[in-house]
Design a binder for this molecule. Structure first.
Ligand SMILES: NC(=O)c1ccc[n+]([C@@H]2O[C@H](COP(=O)([O-])OP(=O)(O)OC[C@H]3O[C@@H](n4cnc5c(N)ncnc54)[C@H](O)[C@@H]3O)[C@@H](O)[C@H]2O)c1
Ligand SMILES: O=C(O)C1=N[C@H](C(=O)O)CCC1
Length: 268
């Protein structure tokens, strides 16, 4: 069966890499592309390549008026939730790459997806090695209760923390033992410098750095008396790391009913 795919965010950094990649798969067909500022243009051309015959729609609603199976979203943090609810309400499976959503948003999307009998795969980071970083950090958290997360990204990144750091902290908070660090509420000085607690319970402290020259890096720092462990992922400046994981998600998302978070769910 050929999987019919709509790419939302077709003219973005990741979208431009995914348009030719989806079109090149023998088991997929690119049937739609969405971008507000390129409506009416050929999506192969706006991605920097040859014409592919798929015209860019200005809205997801327009693209959904033709038959499709899966919507892939790499748009903006303030757009993605509405896109997900719209796509699942129209019976489409959804692959979410866009960052900026939290546990409450995902719970709402999960409910809508179940009600409509479709699958949603949301991964803050579709890179294979970033997913391994998360997996190794979750393994370490079973043995080392004190962990904090540092997120480094470009000066203009729209959301903080990064989706990568947020997903990691939320999952660490669910499994790690109570930390031994002094509670932030007992700290004098400028307690905000201890970062923000992300996740359930006391949460995991996350520190987001936004500076020119950084792209996207994420560190989980574990401390024990007289020893420490750092698990770090660094992404380079192209969107290549996210392509293979997104293609895998497009292939597998119809296996689910409701929402699954993290590419690691597909990597066993
Ligand atoms: N999960 C991952 O592995 C991963 C990887 C890279 C980026 N991201 C995230 O994906 C998102 C997109 O990243 P990017 O660097 O490609 O962004 P970008 O700014 O380069 O591209 C955003 C795209 O969304 C489109 N867009 C904006 N508003 C829209 C609207 N209302 N309707 C339709 N399209 C709209 C823009 O036209 C553009 O095509 C960010 O949240 C980023 O953090 C996630
Ligand atoms: O460039 C970005 O923006 C990225 N965002 C994702 C995040 O927020 O974690 C991951 C990859 C790059």
């Amino acid at each position: 069966m050929t999987i019919k795919v709509i790419m939302a965010g077709a003219t973005g950094w990741v979208g431009k890499a995914l348009i030719p990649a989806i079109a090149a798969q023998t088991d997929m067909a690119l049937v739609g592309a969405v971008s507000r500022n390129a409506a009416g243009q050929d999506s192969g051309v706006t991605a920097g390549g040859q014409k592919n015959g798929v015209v860019v729609s200005g809205t997801l609603a327009d693209a959904l008026s033709s038959a499709s199976d899966v919507v892939v979203d790499y748009t903006k943090p303030n757009i993605v939730k509405a896109h997900a609810l719209e796509a699942v309400s129209k019976g489409r499976h959804m692959v979410i790459g866009t960052s900026g959503l939290g546990a409450a948003d995902y719970a709402e999307i999960d409910k809508a997806a179940r009600a409509n009998g479709v699958g949603v795969l949301a991964a803050a980071n579709f890179s294979i090695t970033a997913t391994l970083m998360k997996r190794f950090a979750l393994m370490a958290a079973k043995y080392v209760p004190d962990v904090e997360v540092i997120d480094y990204a470009s000066a203009g990144k729209a959301d903080a923390p990064s989706g990568t750091a947020r997903e990691l902290a939320e999952m660490l908070a669910e499994i790690r033992q109570p930390a031994t660090a002094r509670p932030v509420s007992d700290v004098s000085g400028v307690p905000e410098t201890r970062g923000a607690a992300v996740g359930t319970g006391t949460g995991v402290q996350v520190h987001a750095v936004r500076l020119p020259s950084y792209i996207l890096s994420c560190e989980a720092l574990f401390g024990l008396p007289d020893e420490r462990l750092t698990i770090r992922h660094d992404a380079g400046s192209s969107a290549a790391p996210y392509v293979a994981g997104t293609l895998l998600a497009i292939r597998r998302v119809s296996e689910f009913k409701g929402l699954v978070r993290g590419l690691d769910a597909l990597m066993d």
